[in-house]
Write a protein that binds this ligand. Structure first.
Ligand code: COA
Length: 235
């Protein structure tokens, strides 16, 4: 079962929602069994599966669409994982959630990072997986940028709460930011500065995070392959 009352990285005990019904197949979802690691091109098939599931299930919250990515060959996802920093949350071999990180293109914006593509499978929600993924992205970003930005579609209160709880601050609204099926969607712009001493997250590389309680499981991956700033086209 999901552990109740985890201790957050700042020492606060988090008030967990009741998710005793969370199950993956026959197995209860135990947060201690979940681990987070950066995806590699070899994860292309897994990534394609969960990415398309997210685009299909929540079409209004992503900048891209199911139709646009469904037709892409596996090589396209392989290439994305070669040029992007995407983290996955795993229970055994099953991927339950993903979150992406990118630096802004161009010299003048290279100090800014972007969190994108956040998604957790419905049957795995409420176990703290999104929180673990965002923390992994934050830890990864600390060595690369000075702040992380993201946008949340107005009305996506779960995501908004998630980010606010991890120190992201709202700094604006982009009206009509997305247009989908003839409808416009405004987006809330949020950012988290990484340089302040008051930050709570431990400064570790996020290549590999064992699962479990926030703040105690940062394990450097030793991959060291992402120490350069990199621009990419963000979906
Ligand atoms: C938003 C989403 C990523 C949350 O994933 P999750 O693994 O269930 O989130 P967590 O269990 O880590 O919750 C972390 C925090 O998020 C907020 N939150 C997430 N789901 C919530 C819910 N159903 N009700 C209230 N708060 C919620 C809470 O602040 C929560 O902290 P708490 O449990 O201490 O209250 C998931 O619902 C999802 O994939 N939604 C569809 C795609 C999407 O909206 N992506 C974000 C695009 S910006």
């Amino acid at each position: 079962m999901v552990s109740a009352g985890w201790v957050a990285t700042d020492g606060r005990r988090t008030q967990k929602r009741d998710h005793s019904e969370n199950q993956i197949g026959e197995k209860d979802l135990d947060a201690d069994d979940i681990y987070i690691r950066q995806l590699t091109p070899g994860d292309a098939a897994l990534y394609r599966g969960i990415r398309l599931a997210g685009l299909k299930e929540s079409p209004e919250v992503f900048g891209s669409t199911f139709q646009a990515e469904f037709t892409k060959p596996l090589a396209w996802f392989f290439n994305r994982l070669s040029s992007s920093d995407v983290f996955g949350a795993f229970l055994d071999a099953k991927i339950l959630g993903v979150a992406g990180f990118a630096t802004r293109p161009g010299e003048k914006e290279a100090h800014k990072g972007l969190l994108w593509g956040m998604y957790v499978r419905p049957e795995a929600r409420g176990a703290g997986i999104a929180r673990r993924l965002v923390e992994a992205v934050i830890a990864h970003a600390r060595r690369r940028v000075e702040l992380i930005q993201l946008s949340v579609v107005v009305g996506n209160e779960h995501a908004r709460r998630l980010y606010a709880g991890l120190g992201f601050v709202e700094y604006g609204i982009e009206k009509n930011s997305l247009k989908f099926d003839g409808r416009y969607y405004d987006e809330i712009l949020m950012a988290k500065e990484l340089a302040r001493a008051s930050d709570h997250e431990p400064v570790v590389d996020a290549g590999l995070f064992a699962a479990g309680r926030p703040g105690r499981e940062g394990i450097p991956s030793g991959r060291g392959a992402h120490d350069h700033l990199r621009a990419e086209t963000v979906p």
